[in-house]
Design a protein around this ligand. Structure first.
Ligand code: FDA
Length: 394
């Protein structure tokens, strides 16, 4: 039967980071692949990523920087296509880059360069790209997948789900990957917004008054702890340290913030000995933004001079400053989340090829899968690595 989008070796759903890279790699290996997306432009999340400069990988990429129900799942793919491999590609395309902090690599110019690079790689692999294709049906019979879209019908023995997760729906993000996976009998680990600001309820309104204040902290949720900046917002807490812990946080749990992570144990008692006339507020003011210092000192409410405080009281104050408890009442949701924690269960996929164990020819890659990286280029590296793994298997 003749189909107007043709017959291929594989159909890739989603022209985002993972889909474009996978299609390009497979195409360059001689596979005939069709890349489909419902959006009118490819790689929209890449374009807005990293503040428009795309934090395209992280030199510190390691499996323990990813969340998944199976923490071992990502090892194989991350080990076979590394940050250095992607960096070599970026350099082959003459894209200037810099390391910002903590191994995070960004374009000097613009994220557009990464999208152009991926499109260039797709062209080298002879990959046809069909944009504006709303998928209306996916059928599977006799080992062949048939995808019906608003632009026509395509057929192939392999289908790759690369439609990402539901973070930032206004960019065209959907939960399509999960619906499709479920239809094929794959399990989905409950998707939750991650790398997302946390909100504080009225009981913690005092801190919302600090909106705009940012300071380096150590923030933790459970066993996960991150030393980066936290930012108070009019709704709650944000900044890299908070975004990182948000991926580990669950409703009803507390997070803890160490406002002075550099201070050694006993520093307040030490300050009492060296400057007994000093008050806590003035002392905090030397190390923290003024509004925050004032708020914390008011909350702790020590006698006006450190010299008048018993050591036990100072120890208590120190402990409070090192582990300030917040109980967020929620997150800012998928509308503001950078990624999704959860997704297509890795239990149903091969970690080497990303192929569904019980549905030969069906693959899933990128954010659609239950593998979520820390903030800092880890999520793109997973998109590249998982896409590469599939491309070797097609
Ligand atoms: P991605 O979302 O890139 O692509 C999915 C594609 O599928 C899209 O093109 C979409 O249109 C298409 N699609 C969805 N539903 C469909 C349907 N029903 N039918 C057809 N097509 C459909 N990561 C990082 O490592 N460094 C960074 O700097 C940033 N910065 C960043 C900023 C912001 C604001 C966000 C929201 C996210 C980031 N990220 C990031 C995360 C990163 O963008 C994300 O992890 C990857 O884009 C995931 O790649 P995928 O290809 O899996 O999905």
């Amino acid at each position: 039967m003749q189909h107007n989008l043709g017959t291929h070796d594989a159909i890739l759903l989603g022209a985002g980071a993972a889909g474009m890279f996978c299609a390009a790699t497979a195409g360059q290996r001689g596979r005939r692949v069709l890349l489909l997306d419902h959006a009118e432009a490819p790689g929209k999340k890449i374009l807005i990523s990293g503040g428009g400069r795309c934090n395209f990988t992280n030199l510190g990429t390691a499996p323990d920087r990813y969340l998944s129900a199976n923490p071992h799942f990502a090892k194989s793919a991350l080990g076979r296509y590394t940050a250095q491999d992607f960096l070599a590609l970026v350099e082959r395309h003459g894209i200037a880059w810099h390391e910002k902090t903590l191994g995070q690599l960004f374009c000097d110019g613009s994220a557009r360069q990464i999208v152009d690079m991926l499109l260039g790689e797709c062209a080298m692999g002879g990959v046809p790209l069909q944009l504006g294709a709303s998928i209306t049906a996916v059928d599977h019979a006799d080992g062949r997948f048939r995808v019906t879209t608003s632009k026509g019908v395509a057929e192939a023995p392999a289908l790759v789900i690369a439609t990402g997760g539901p973070a930032i729906p206004k960019l065209g993000a959907t939960g399509f990957a999960y619906d499709l996976a479920r239809r094929f009998g794959l399990k989905v680990v409950e998707p939750r917004p991650a790398l997302v600001p946390l909100t504080l309820g009225p009981d913690q309104a005092l801190f919302r008054d600090l909106s705009g204040v940012s300071t380096p902290v150590a923030a933790s949720a459970g066993k996960a702890s991150f030393r980066e900046a936290a930012l108070f917002t009019h709704r709650g807490l944000s900044g890299p340290a908070i975004l990182q812990v948000s991926s580990y946080w669950r409703h009803g749990e507390q997070i803890a913030i160490d406002f002075l992570p550099e201070q050694p144990k006993g520093w307040l008692r030490e300050a009492k000995r060296s400057e007994p006339r000093l008050g806590l507020r003035s002392l905090l003011n030397r190390q923290l933004p003024e509004r925050l210092a004032t708020t914390l000192a008011e909350r702790i409410a020590l006698p006006s001079e450190l010299g008048n405080c018993r050591d036990a009281l100072l120890e208590q104050a120190e402990a409070q400053l090192a582990g300030w408890r917040f109980t967020p009442n929620g997150t800012e949701g998928f509308a503001k989340a950078e990624v999704t924690v959860g997704g297509i269960s890795t239990a149903d996929l091969s970690s080497r090829t990303m192929e569904a164990r019980r549905v030969p020819g069906l693959y899933a890659i990128g954010e659609a899968v239950d593998v979520t990286g820390w903030l800092g280029g880890y999520n793109f590296q997973w998109a590249w690595a998982s896409g590469w793994a599939v491309a070797q298997a097609l």
